[in-house]
Write a protein that binds this ligand. Structure first.
Ligand SMILES: *[C@@H]1O[C@H](CO)[C@@H](O)[C@H](O)[C@H]1NC(C)=O
Ligand SMILES: *[C@@H]1O[C@H](CO)[C@@H](O)[C@H](O)[C@H]1NC(C)=O
Ligand SMILES: *[C@@H]1O[C@H](CO)[C@@H](O)[C@H](O)[C@H]1NC(C)=O
Length: 438
């Protein structure tokens, strides 16, 4: 037992030393951050799923069950769509969205994480923390502010008293076991620094508008109740997930940030990005930032039920290493490409709708970089049940039997790409009112 944990410790240490890491924006790598990083590497190894195809399978299974329900519900609700009962449009939302008492049952959301982030509970075990004050102080955050909430050591379920615009002075550094739940308010993280989810585990972020995020200058930032440290400049991503595991990002509306909208990098896994609405941006989602960082081979991410909307250019997502399940998203706009990658990522694309846009844009969904065809032909990029409009096409590669290898043939009939617009109809933030279904 002791010997085992000792060798695990040694393994972790060598992992830290041998693998080059990107700048973590931590200017003072003190004991606090060293410990957090070691913990993160252990979390990565624990959260990594040796059989990712099982998770794909599970997702589709859940989906199929919900679709049966959806079919039945539609029959029951015939003719009452407009002002009638809440419409179940997808399996993730069906978990909670039609409950008129959603506000009293907020923590129900913690049971709903789909895909690789399944089991992510955020602040479920904690008290509620109500944000009342949109101001921001990076070193001595005032009680009632979002920054004060996210640096607390204990698990917390964070909600908002009212609608507000929060302009972050510098990146917001979130600690483990937190849910940010903006349902019932219009909460905008805007015109300041973005959100950093670094070397932590178990975080849910739901219902935020995130836009016009700019580069932070860095500085001395409080990142825990009892710790602060010097950070270098932040990149200007909407959300940066860095060496973090069990992260669920749901129903976010994200647009126009100075770097990426969402980055998932440096040994992050068990991540799901669902029900989000992305618009007006060049480089949308980056999964893995370094070709040489092989820690990202353990990266496993589900991208489900998102609407990739107007004004997008590329990277939806752009992947290195890892296993990426892209399912039932609606792509209505890209200029360069939708899904790209290098360094042998596995990409399972199922039931998406890909609509090529103008004549100026590329109609090819996929793009491989830094590898000649004889190399990328071996990468498993599989398209199943996708729907293509306006000449869009997906270039598959890898073992043509890879779908069998991944168990896709055994999966329940998944939802055809034609349904993606319906399934993603409520992507982005929801307008939830207490006492009514969202
Ligand atoms: C739902 O209904 C449609 C149309 O009748 C049918 O094609 C589809 O197979 C049904 N889905 C499920 C999961 O039963
Ligand atoms: C998060 O919660 C889990 C379960 O309660 C606990 O074991 C873990 O130590 C917490 N993590 C942190 C960093 O507080
Ligand atoms: C993003 O916002 C900036 C500043 O408001 C604006 O100048 C730019 O045109 C916007 N970019 C897109 C792609 O909408």
């Amino acid at each position: 037992m002791a010997a085992h944990s000792y060798s695990l410790f040694l393994f972790s240490l060598s992992f830290v030393v041998l693998i080059p890491t990107l700048q973590a924006h931590i200017a003072e790598y003190d004991d606090y951050w060293k410990a957090r990083k070691l913990e993160a590497i252990e979390n990565l190894n624990k959260a990594y799923h040796p059989n990712p195809e099982e998770m794909v399978h599970h997702y589709n299974d859940q989906f199929a069950k919900t679709m049966i329900k959806l079919n039945n519900t539609r029959r029951v609700l015939k003719g009452t769509k407009e002002n009638g009962p809440c419409e179940i449009t997808n399996p993730v939302d069906s978990c909670w969205r039609c409950d008129p008492n959603w506000e009293k049952n907020r923590k129900r959301l913690a049971d709903c994480a789909p895909g690789f982030a399944r089991g992510t509970t955020g602040g479920k075990e904690g008290e509620f923390y109500v944000v009342t004050d949109p101001s921001d102080d990076i070193l001595n955050p005032k009680p009632g502010t979002l920054r004060h909430a996210v640096i607390q050591r204990r698990p917390l379920w964070i909600t908002f008293k009212r609608s507000m615009i929060i302009t972050l002075e510098q990146e917001l550094i979130i600690t483990s076991n937190k849910t940010i739940d903006a349902r019932g308010a219009n909460v905008q993280i805007a015109k300041g620094a973005g959100i950093t989810v670094q070397f932590v585990k178990n975080v849910i972020i739901h219902g935020l508008h995130i836009h016009h995020i700019i580069t932070g200058t860095g500085g001395t930032i409080r990142d825990a109740e009892d710790h602060f440290g010097l950070r270098t400049a932040s990149d200007g991503d909407g959300i940066s997930v860095f060496g973090a595991t069990n992260i669920w990002l749901d129903h976010l509306s994200v647009t126009n940030c100075s770097d990426g909208l969402i980055d998932v990098i440096e040994g992050s896994t068990a991540v799901t990005i669902s029900n989000c609405h992305f618009t007006d941006h060049n480089e949308v989602l980056l999964f893995g930032a370094s070709d040489s960082y092989t820690g990202d081979q353990k990266m496993q991410i589900t991208v489900a039920l998102n609407h990739f909307g107007k004004g997008l250019v590329e990277r939806m997502p752009r992947c290195r290493h890892g296993f990426i399940h892209v399912v039932n998203n609606d792509y209505t706009h890209w200029l360069m490409y939708a899904i790209g990658g290098s360094r042998n990522p596995t990409i399972i694309s199922q039931g998406n709708r890909y609509t090529a846009s103008s004549t100026l844009a590329s109609r090819e969904v996929t793009k491989r970089v830094y590898a000649p065809p004889e190399v990328w032909k071996k990468w498993n990029w599989i398209s199943e049940g996708d729907h293509f409009e306006n000449g869009a096409f997906f270039v598959s590669s890898g073992d043509p039997k890879a779908s069998k290898k991944y168990g896709i043939d055994k999966m329940m009939p998944f939802n055809p790409g034609e349904m993606a617009p319906k399934l993603t109809q409520y992507a982005g933030t929801l307008n939830c009112k207490p006492g009514k279904p969202c």
